[in-house]
Structures are given as C-alpha cells and as structure tokens.
Design a protein around this ligand. Structure first.
Ligand code: C2E
Ligand code: MG
Ligand code: MG
Ligand code: MG
Length: 278
C-alpha cells in the first residue's frame, strides 16, 4: 500500500517536473521568436536633475507576448540568462535605445541628456562588447558620453578584477558605467574603490519609505558619503513623492527618477516630455 503510494507520488513529481521543463522550453522558444520578430519593446523612464529639469532617461525592456499585458523584465530576464538569450536581448536594447535617442535629439542639442541602458554581467564581461557598443553608438550618430551603462551591484562584485577589466575597455572609449541597485549587494568600500565607475544608483528599496525612517536616512547618508569619497555621482531611483525628492536632494543626490516625476513611457510620449521640460 505505502510502496504504491510512494511510487505514485514519485510519478507525480516526475510528470510535474517534466511539465515544468517543457514550459520553460516553450517560454524560451517564444522569447527567442519575440526577439527575432521585433516583439520586444522599450519603455523610457525620465530622469531629472536637482532643479527638476529633464536630464536623461533609462531604457527598460518589455516583452510584447501574445495574450499578455506587456511583460516586465522580472518575468523573463532569468530565463534569458539561463538560456543564453540575454546578450542578444541586450544588444537589441542598446541598438534600439541609441537610435531612439538619436531621433529624439535630432532637433535639439543633446549635450545635457543621458541615455541609461541596463547591461547584464555576461554582456559586460564579453571581451567584444566594448567594440559592439562603439559601433552602435557611432552608427546612431551619438557621442560615447551620452551613454551610461548600468550594471547591478550583485552582478558586478562576483569577480571584481574581471569587472574592472571590462569597465576599462569601455572607459577607453569614453563610455561610463553606473553601479545599479547600490545598497542591495554586499560590496565593500574597498571593492568599490577598485572599480572605475562614474556613479552609483541608490536602490529603490532604500528610497521607499525613507521619509518615515531615520534608519534609512542614516544608511543612505552613509552610502552617499562613501560615493562622494570616491568621487562618484549619486543617482536616486524609485522616488515616489516630493518629500523623498527633497530629502535625497538635500543629502546630495544629483539625478532622480521615479514615479513622482514620470512612469516608464513609449518613445513617442517621451518626445513630448522633452520638448516641455519639467
Ligand atoms: P532597474 O534598472 O533598477 O530599473 C528600475 C525598475 O524600477 C524598473 O522596473 C522601473 O520600472 C521601476 N521603477 C522606476 N521608478 C519606480 C518607482 O518610483 N516606484 C516603483 N515601485 N518602481 C519604479 P522594470 O522595468 O520592471 O525593470 C526591472 C529590472 O530589470 C531593472 O531594474 C533592470 O535591472 C532590469 N532590466 C530592465 N531592462 C533591461 C535590459 O534591457 N537589459 C537588462 N540586462 N536588464 C534590464
Ligand atoms: Mg537600471
Ligand atoms: Mg536599480
Ligand atoms: Mg532594480
């Protein structure tokens, strides 16, 4: 009796595991197809400076999957990474974002605007990546200094030495790297000091509720003073109200983004924002 139950239970696990694997494979296939059929789309999140003027925006990828709302990266980037699709996706995002940026700034001087693009660690460590970035930037008619590549803290600190070599390849072309999600990893100041970064981006987890949390204020203050000691600019993400904006500005952040200013939007909507600054 119990032997039989055991066998049935095992069979149940086997089939559900089998089904899970098949679902993963189907989803990977669908993602690959979406990439090739141009069904990935970009949304842009505007950024403002201390005066509240638009000073740039970050590109965020979405998957326009049939029968779904636009899927957010949390729903497919892990799969993209495990299946090796991530680099092709990152390349696509970079090309589309650079072209959009060029179109957007065709009739106005873009010197004060920055384009933030997220990059996976696999892409960053690819020794040919810096060359590809430069080709994309030049083909779009941009200057390297317009671009800010964002890499998450957790990814960057797996191998600091390799990461620094990759950052130097990009820097030699004038392309800056920003440490994304600062405060979520376990980077020490000593490690941070070994990387030639341009800026850190305070994670939204530290910004959420900061106006009611002396502890978070203290943590953010420490993070900012560490960044300043290393001559890094500080970007705040996930700003959702005026109090947070004022507080982070007073603490020394120089660039801000979040739903308080604008939500991620298609490029068409962005052009209206840029022509009527904050
Ligand atoms: P991230 O780079 O830290 O991007 C910020 C995320 O927070 C975005 O979510 C954005 O929509 C969301 N957000 C912005 N402002 C607010 C706010 O005020 N409140 C709240 N609650 N959320 C806010 P999204 O678009 O889902 O992106 C999630 C993550 O996926 C990104 O985090 C980034 O690490 C990654 N990602 C996005 N696009 C790409 C890409 O093209 N390539 C790669 N490799 N990763 C990407
Ligand atoms: Mg980012
Ligand atoms: Mg972030
Ligand atoms: Mg994040």
């Amino acid at each position: 009796e119990s032997k039989r139950t055991g066998r049935d239970t095992w069979r149940f696990f086997e089939t559900s595991m089998q089904r899970a694997i098949e679902q993963q494979e189907a989803k990977t296939q669908a993602l690959r197809q979406a990439l090739h059929e141009d069904r990935l789309v970009l949304r842009y999140l505007p950024q403002v400076d201390q005066e509240g003027q638009w000073c740039g925006y970050e590109a965020l990828v979405r998957w326009n999957a049939s029968g779904h709302e636009l899927r957010r990266p949390d729903e497919f980037l892990k799969l993209a990474e495990s299946s090796g699709l991530i680099q092709a996706i990152d390349d696509w995002v970079l090309q589309r974002a650079c072209r959009d940026f060029a179109d957007l700034t065709a009739h106005q001087p873009p010197s004060y605007l920055h384009l933030g693009v997220n990059v996976s660690i696999r892409q960053l460590l690819d020794t040919e990546f810096a060359e590809r970035v430069m080709q994309t930037v030049l083909e779009a008619g941009l200057q390297p200094h317009h671009l800010r590549l964002e890499v998450t803290e957790q990814a960057l600190f797996v191998d600091v030495e390799q990461a620094q070599a990759a950052i130097e390849r990009l820097l030699s072309h004038g392309i800056a790297i920003v440490l994304d999600d600062f405060g979520t990893g376990s980077s020490s100041l000593l490690q941070l000091q070994r990387l030639s970064l341009q800026a850190v981006k305070i994670d939204q987890g530290l910004v959420r509720g900061i106006e009611n949390s002396p502890t978070k204020v203290a943590i953010v203050r420490a993070a900012i003073s560490a960044a300043k000691a290393l001559s890094l600019a500080v970007i705040a993400e996930g700003v959702e109200n005026e109090e947070q904006f004022q507080l982070l500005r007073a603490e020394g952040c120089s660039v801000f983004q979040g739903y308080y200013f604008a939500e991620p939007m298609p490029v068409e909507a962005l052009s209206q924002h840029l022509s009527a600054p904050g």
